[in-house]
Design a protein around this ligand. Structure first.
Ligand code: NAD
Length: 499
C-alpha cells in the first residue's frame, strides 16, 4: 500500500506508528493509498522548521521572492498533465476539469509574481513641520491554511502563493481525502528555489486542525470547507488572537428572466450544476425561472440537455463529470434526493441507481433534476454538493431576487437576461458575495478577490487579489522627524495635532 507522508523542511517525513486514513480511488471504490495523520508534537517539527526559515525569507528582497514565484509557475506548467492525472485519481473529477483546478491556482501564482509592486507602502512627506509619515507592509510570520477536498490544487495555491510571496512561512493542512497534489506542489516550490521550511505540508484531521488553531506561533489561519467547520475554525482562531478568514458552503442560484437567451442559459446551467459532479462551492444547484412560461420552456430544454450527459471515469474524454469523492458522500447526496421527494418536490430525473459498466463499485451518480421545490424544504435550504439541480419557481423578479438574498448561504449567484436594467438592479441588491451576469460560475480572476457572504464566509478579508496581500501582512506606520540642529522644540503635554 502506497503511503503519503508529510513534507517538512524540504523533504518527505514519516512518523512511525502514525494514525492513517484511507485515500480512495473514487472511480473504482478501492483504497489506493494511506495518508499519515499528524499529532500536535509532529506539527511542532513543521513549526520548528518554519520558525528557523522564515526570518531569512522575510528579509529576502521582494523581487527575489517574485523570481521564485516565476520559476514555480513554470514548474507547475511543466508538470500540469502529471498533476492533473494525480488529482483526478484521488478526487474523481475529469482530467480537463482537473487541469482547470490547477490552472486557477496557477493564476494566483502569476498574480503573486507582482508582489514587489503589491507590497509597496505609502509615504507622506511633510505631514507636519519636519515630519514625514510612512507605512509599510510586513509579513505576519508563520501562517496556516486548511483546505477542502474539492479543489486540491487551486485552493492550496490561493493561500500559499500569496502568503509566501508576502514573506511568510506557510503550513498547509490539505484535505486528507486527496492529499497527493498539495505535496507535489510543495516539492515543485522547493525545486523553484523556495527555501526549505517556507512551505510545509502536514496531513491530518480535526486533531491537527485544533493544534494549528491553538498554536501560539501561528499568526493567521485561512480555511475553506463546510460552514459549520468554517465557523468553528473562525471562532477558535479568533479566541486565540489569530487573524482568520474562513470560507464555507454554498447554495448558488441561477435566475432566468423571460428574455434570457434560453439555449445559452440551459447550456450554462447544466455545465455549472453537473460539472465536477456538483462538488463545487461555485456550482449552480438551484435554478429560478421567473414566470410559469419561462419555467416550462426552461424545464423542457433542461430535460433534453440532461439526457445527453454521461458520468464516466476521469480519463474518458466524452464524460462530462466523474464519480463523487466517497461512498459516504454519495449516500448523503442520495439521501437528499429522497428527502426532496418526501418533502413533496417532484423528482423529474432520478440519477440514483446508476452504475458505470466495469466500475460498479465507483461512486457514480447520474444527473438528477428536481422541480417544484419550495423555500421551506430542507433539501433546498441545505447544501447537497452533488449532481442535483433543483428548480425553485418565482412569479416575479422581486421574488426571484429574494431567494438568494434570504438563503443562509451567500457565495455566488447568476442572473440570465438581456435586460441591463434588471441585471444592474439585481447585482446592486442581491445579498450574495459574487454575482454573475450571464456568467454561470463567477469566480473572480486572480487580481480581484474571492469570497462569499453570510454563512459562506466568516472574516472580513477575501482570498487572493489585494485582499490576500492584506490578509498575509500587517502594516506598520512610522512617523519620523530628524534633528535640524535648531532650537529645542517646545515640550508639550497636549496630544500632537496638525493645526
Ligand atoms: P470539510 O469542512 O469537511 O473539510 C475541510 C477541511 O476541514 C479539511 O482539511 C478537513 O480535514 C478539515 N476538517 C474536517 N472536519 C473537521 C473538524 N471537525 N474540525 C476541524 N477540521 C475539520 O469540507 P470538504 O468536504 O473537504 O469540502 C467541501 C465543502 O467546502 C463544501 O461545503 C463546499 O461548499 C466548501 N467549499 C467552499 C469554498 C468557498 O470558497 N466558499 C470553496 C470550496 C469548497
Amino acid at each position: 500500500m502506497r503511503s503519503i507522508s508529510h513534507f517538512i523542511h524540504g523533504k518527505s517525513v514519516s512518523f512511525p506508528g502514525a494514525r492513517l486514513s484511507d485515500v480512495l480511488d473514487p472511480s473504482t471504490g478501492a483504497v489506493q493509498a494511506q495518508v499519515e495523520l499528524a499529532t500536535p508534537s509532529q506539527l511542532q517539527k513543521a513549526m520548528d522548521s518554519a520558525l528557523s526559515a522564515q526570518p531569512d525569507w522575510a528579509a529576502t528582497n521582494p523581487q527575489r521572492r517574485a523570481r521564485v514565484m516565476f520559476r514555480f509557475k513554470e514548474l507547475i506548467e511543466a508538470n500540469l498533465d502529471e498533476m492533473a492525472r494525480m488529482l483526478s485519481s484521488e478526487h474523481g473529477k475529469v482530467i480537463a476539469d482537473a487541469k482547470g483546478d490547477i490552472q486557477r491556482g496557477l493564476e494566483v501564482v502569476e498574480f503573486a509574481c507582482g508582489i514587489p509592486h503589491l507590497l509597496k507602502g505609502d509615504y507622506t512627506e511633510g505631514a507636519g513641520p519636519g515630519i514625514d509619515v510612512y507605512s509599510v507592509r510586513q509579513p505576519l510570520g508563520i501562517v496556516a491554511g486548511i483546505t477542502p477536498f474539492n479543489f486540491p490544487a487551486m485552493i492550496p495555491l490561493w493561500m500559499s502563493a500569496m502568503a509566501i510571496a508576502c514573506g511568510n512561512a506557510f503550513i498547509l493542512k490539505p484535505s486528507e481525502r486527496d492529499p497527493s497534489v498539495p505535496v507535489r506542489l510543495a516539492e515543485l516550490a522547493l525545486e523553484a528555489g523556495l527555501p526549505a521550511g517556507i512551505l510545509n505540508v502536514v496531513h491530518g484531521d480535526k486533531e491537527i486542525v485544533d493544534a494549528i488553531l491553538d498554536h501560539p506561533d501561528i499568526k493567521a489561519v485561512s480555511f475553506v470547507g463546510s460552514s459549520d467547520i468554517a465557523n468553528y475554525v473562525y471562532q477558535r482562531a479568533a479566541a486565540n488572537g489569530k487573524r482568520a478568514q474562513c470560507m464555507g458552503g454554498a447554495k448558488n442560484h441561477g435566475i432566468i428572466l423571460p428574455d434570457a437567451d434560453m439555449d445559452q442559459a440551459v447550456a450554462d446551467i447544466v455545465g455549472a450544476a453537473y460539472g465536477s459532479a456538483g462538488e463545487r462551492c461555485m456550482a449552480l444547484p438551484v435554478v429560478t425561472p421567473v414566470g410559469e412560461a419561462t419555467a416550462e420552456i426552461f424545464r423542457t430544454k433542461l430535460i433534453a440537455a440532461i439526457e445527453t450527459l454521461r458520468p464516466g471515469i476521469p480519463s474518458d474524454p466524452d464524460a462530462q463529470y466523474g464519480p463523487l469523492v466517497t461512498g459516504q458522500h454519495k449516500a448523503r447526496v442520495e439521501s437528499y434526493i429522497q428527502m426532496a421527494a418526501d418533502e413533496g418536490a417532484e423528482i423529474v430525473v432520478d440519477g440514483r441507481g446508476f452504475q458505470l459498466q466495469g466500475y460498479e463499485d465507483g461512486f457514480y451518480l447520474a444527473p438528477t433534476l428536481i422541480d417544484r421545490v419550495t423555500p421551506q424544504m430542507k433539501s433546498y435550504q441545505d447544501e447537497i454538493f452533488g449532481p442535483v439541480l433543483q428548480i425553485l419557481r418565482a412569479e416575479t423578479f422581486e421574488e426571484a431576487l429574494s431567494y438568494p438574498s434570504k438563503h443562509q448561504y451567500g457565495n455566488g449567484v447568476a442572473i440570465f437576461t438581456r435586460n441591463g436594467d434588471y441585471a444592474r438592479k439585481f447585482a446592486a441588491q442581491v445579498e450574495v458575495g459574487m454575482v454573475g451576469i450571464n456568467v454561470p460560475i463567477p469566480v473572480p480572476v486572480a487580481y480581484h478577490s474571492f469570497g462569499g457572504w453570510k454563512r459562506s464566509g466568516f472574516g472580513d478579508l477575501d482570498q487572493y487579489g489585494e485582499d490576500g496581500v492584506r490578509f498575509y501582512t500587517r502594516t506598520k506606520k512610522i512617523t519620523q522627524r530628524w534633528p535640524t540642529g535648531g532650537a529645542v522644540v517646545d515640550q508639550s503635554f497636549v496630544i500632537p495635532t496638525m493645526k
